[in-house]
Design a protein around this ligand. Structure first.
Ligand code: ZN
Length: 316
């Protein structure tokens, strides 16, 4: 009787709609950042991912409803390092007045060669412009989320953004962030222990595009890809031919497709080398809820569980 009376008390009835209104409106540019943000913000935030599960965020084409969501958001969370040029353009045109959180703030990016095709449209669309006198152009590699150590920067930046926009939620955000940071640190140790099961000379993987440079640096695996840091340009026949010769020369057995990239080139490499594609790595996007990588943590467990036996050349 007492419980029922409490539930129906006018004070509680007043609190509920107020809480619903308080849910902080947060937009994340792509699925991986959305999951990280959900782990920290929980039910206190209303969250939307623009580039969703299995969607390639490199050459993403936002819909008008995405722009509308941006206009009303209190916070927009992006990766930065040139990953979401489309988002920067949307922010300029949407009248977004909220706070912009860049999750890679504080990270020293690894630089990489911009293949010889261009990384999208942000550099003036000059196409295959070369300048041989200064060597290959270097661009920051945006895929920093593939290093669980660097993910700690992502957690700090997201948490700071949520706390600044919603100080009333600070205790909750900090508690969630601390637990999440501890889980990712434990996962990082697990990844290192798994990779250690592969002889050092065999730690080589071929994937669709250069999404795993940070993973490679962090965990001591060498990644080769026919496509550069962006999925926006197709590799040339000469580049693919060079990669095939390297796979044969170095006896590489770990060949993977990616969930959001075009599989055609990888299938051709598999045909010409006689290797079997060992499955699908989750690179720049999570899977749907029913897939093998619906969260950032599940993505690492899935990817590493496929990588280790493939690198060793275990029969599958
Ligand atoms: Zn990518």
């Amino acid at each position: 009787m007492l419980r029922r009376a409490l539930l129906c008390s006018p004070a509680l009835l007043l609190v509920r709609p107020a809480l619903a209104q308080q849910r902080l409106s947060v937009v994340a540019s792509f699925s991986i950042l959305a999951d990280m943000t959900r782990q920290i913000g929980g039910d206190r935030i209303a969250l939307r991912a623009i580039a969703g599960a299995d969607v390639d965020a490199h050459g993403f084409q936002p819909k008008p409803s995405d722009a509308a969501a941006l206009t009303n958001a209190a916070i927009v969370i992006r990766n930065g390092l040139g990953f979401e040029g489309w988002l920067d353009r949307m922010i300029r045109s949407s009248g977004f007045k909220g706070a912009l959180v860049t999750t890679t703030d504080g990270i020293t990016p690894r630089m990489m060669q911009a293949h010889h095709h261009h990384h999208g449209h942000d550099h003036g669309g000059a196409g295959r412009r070369h300048n041989h006198s200064v060597g290959p152009r270097q661009v920051p590699d945006p895929h920093a989320w593939q290093d669980l150590g660097l993910a700690q920067h992502y957690i700090r930046n997201i948490t700071a953004g949520l706390v600044a926009a919603d100080p009333g939620g600070e205790a909750l955000y900090r508690r969630n962030a601390e637990a999440y940071a501890a889980r990712l640190a434990a996962l990082d140790q697990w990844v290192r222990a798994e990779i250690a099961k592969v002889p050092a000379a065999r730690r080589k993987i071929v994937t669709s595009h250069d999404a795993f440079g940070y993973f490679g640096d962090a965990y001591g695996v060498r990644f080769l890809a026919p496509q550069g840091v962006s999925t926006e340009a197709e590799p040339s026949a000469a580049e693919v031919g060079r990669l095939i010769r390297q796979i044969r020369a170095e006896n590489i057995t770990a060949l993977f497709m990616e969930n959001m990239a075009n599989p055609a080139t990888l299938q051709r490499i598999a045909q010409e080398t006689g290797l079997r594609v060992r499955g699908r790595l989750y690179a720049d996007a999570l899977s749907t809820e029913t897939g093998p990588a619906p969260t950032y943590e599940a993505m690492f467990r899935h990817n590493v569980s496929l990588m280790v036996p493939a690198m060793r050349g275990d029969a599958a």
